[in-house]
Design a protein around this ligand. Structure first.
Ligand code: URA
Length: 293
């Protein structure tokens, strides 16, 4: 896997990742932020792109208030709208999840596009099923569609999507080639609020089926809301990062949401560390699979 230096530049990491031996502007660092290092010991020399090119991470320039308080601001935190139906029940939600586990890709997509299982169907423009290679090893899971995604019916098409594409490119991955991207919920929560637990629960059979059909070797959870809902935990994103979790038996790596990273340059460097861990974990999954054959 080749390093895409241009993609690292686009990620804004050109100033944070320097060639070994090159001088670093220490004024760009803070004293209280612990040094962040890619987990390279466990990785073959050619496995992690940044390492392969002789790059080393430079510690982040600071910690934002949200991270200090152990949480990543979600997109919805900035525009929270009250739930349309706080009791959680949508009048049309008599439909049961039964049968979803047997659907193929096209039938599943059709089922999602007609879904009325929760109140989110009332205000959506388009359902956002997922995009990418239906045979990909890598699956990325975000929180919920935003305004642009709701209009276009595709996940991560706004500015956050552009950053996500750069992150993928830095790993020599691309959404229409070797990655599949989906969200925890398939319809836009009004005002980009966080999805409610009952909305996540009603949508979960679709995601479970997507995972079963795709059989990814690795999942990346993008942001706190996606991670907490996938992993069924209230733990902070900082405590979930840096470890391998499981969803439906698939290894899961947690990283920051690209919309958050757009506002936090220091955490882009941490996200790169997460991607390196994802890459290691992927390599390990492949090696274990080969050993079993
Ligand atoms: N944020 C998400 O979590 N998913 C999208 O598809 C777009 C923005």
């Amino acid at each position: 896997m080749a390093l895409d230096e241009a993609a690292l530049e686009t990620l804004g990491l050109g100033t944070m990742w320097v060639r070994r031996g090159a001088s670093v502007d220490q004024s760009a660092t803070t004293v209280d932020e612990p040094q962040q290092r890619a987990p390279r010991e466990a990785v073959p020399a050619d496995a992690v792109p940044a390492r392969a090119a002789g790059f080393e991470p430079v510690r982040a320039t600071g910690v934002g208030p949200a991270e200090r308080h152990g949480r990543e601001p979600a997109v919805g935190d900035f525009d929270r709208a009250p739930s349309a139906m706080p009791d959680g029940a949508h009048p049309a939600s008599t439909w049961e999840a039964g049968g979803v586990a047997t659907l193929d890709w096209d039938a599943l997509e059709a089922r999602v596009s007609a879904c009325e299982r929760c109140r989110l169907c009332e205000k959506r423009t388009k359902t956002v099923f997922g995009v990418g290679d239906r045979a990909a090893d890598w699956m990325l899971i975000g929180e919920a569609p935003g305004e642009n995604e709701d209009k276009q019916g595709e996940p991560f098409v706004g500015q956050a999507g552009k950053l996500l594409d750069s992150m993928l490119r830095a790993l020599s991955l691309a959404r229409d080639e070797n990655v599949y991207i989906a969200n925890v919920v398939k319809c836009r929560p009004p005002g980009n609020r966080n999805p409610e637990p009952d909305e996540v629960a009603r949508c979960e059979p679709y995601l479970q089926r997507q995972v079963a059909l795709l059989k990814p070797k690795l999942i990346i959870a993008l942001g706190r809301v996606a991670a907490q809902n996938l992993l069924k935990t209230d733990a902070s994103i900082s405590s979930l990062r840096g470890r391998v979790h499981r969803y439906e038996e698939v290894p899961v790596i947690v990283t920051y949401h690209p919309a958050y990273l757009l506002r936090s340059l220091p955490d882009k460097a941490k996200a790169w560390v997460d991607l390196c861990l994802a890459h290691d974990t992927y390599r390990q999954a492949i090696a274990e699979e080969q050993a079993r054959q």
